[in-house]
Design a binder for this molecule. Sequence first.
Ligand SMILES: *Cc1c(COP(=O)(O)O)cnc(C)c1O
Length: 374
Amino acid sequence: MESKIWLSSPHMCGKEQSFIDEAFATNWIAPLGPNVDGFENDIETYLKEDIHAAALSSGTAAIHLALQLLDVGVGDEVICQSKTFSASANPIVYLGATPIFVDSESETWNICPNTLEEAIKDRIANGKKPKAIIAVHLYGMPYKVDEIHSIAKSYDIPILEDSAEALGSTYKNRKCGTFGDISILSFNGNKIITTSGGGALVTKSKKLRDEAVFLSTQARDKAVEYLHSKIGYNYRMSNVLAGIGRGQMTVINQRVQQRRANYDYYKSNLKDIEHISFIEAPKEYFTNRWLSCILLHSENQKHQLIEHLNGFNIESRPLWKPMHQQPIFKDAPKYLNGISDDLFKKGLCLPSGSNLKDAERQRVLDAIKSFFKK
Ligand SMILES: *Cc1c(COP(=O)(O)O)cnc(C)c1O
């Protein structure tokens, strides 16, 4: 059997090790230290726009803290894009609030402006104004930033921008991760860059950033004794792992290019297969192509292609199953238009790592072609 081709595997550049060695040499083996400060600084420099970053243990932790900083609590409602990974929505439930799921539009696959406005109006008519909106740049494709933010603004609802998959993507030349009242990034093992596990909360407000760090380090008040007036968390990033992040940030632009090259390769070589279609970036949208996605002709064909690729030891994966279809969220209110259901039926993610070798991409291509020749 030929070696396994993974969907998206970690891709080290070599510089990570020296930052880790430095942490060992200086005994900064703790959830604070020079690598944590340095990594935050790298993120801020990369995103620009006066951004302040807090490095945390995961993207999920960042969402959890962000929702609290947006004052979400028991009994509140939070609107969330339905087509996403469950980590976008789970922290709503951690806080005793209710997720309200909103469907996608077909141009970017992200939260639909019309459906969003319909949901907001209906929730307000039901007696509760949503406390926040979680919008996601799925697979690195920016959501309709102008439309979504103008609706949020007109109802005075803050946006939590889930940029876990979109580091390196831009909308109208501005980087994803800089649009939300609060934004989050993820450095999980499969993301565009990784710290093995990790995330960040990023915001233009220095006050919110400092509050996030405070909550993430057990919310210790400024006092000699261990004094707590708020419930805290142990969510800070380790200085060892932040060293990996510093190494990874030196190659972020290459990583984006390599992911985009995967997409271009698949697209140029598969475009003549009638049953496969691709999602193009609209004008002024720049996507990091975290995962290369295709749409097939039918649900059955998707299942068969996954099986077929599996037979060649190639990992592929359906698009995220919408949250409104998940057993855990079956009772959550939802505003649907059919688009995310249809995308889930037909959509597939292909191997997309920035470390894919030419021969591996060729293997994926040959396997797909052989499927359609059958
Ligand atoms: C990965 C991911 C997260 C969660 O990040 P972790 O660092 O794995 O906790 C949240 N939202 C989306 C859309 C993701 O893809």
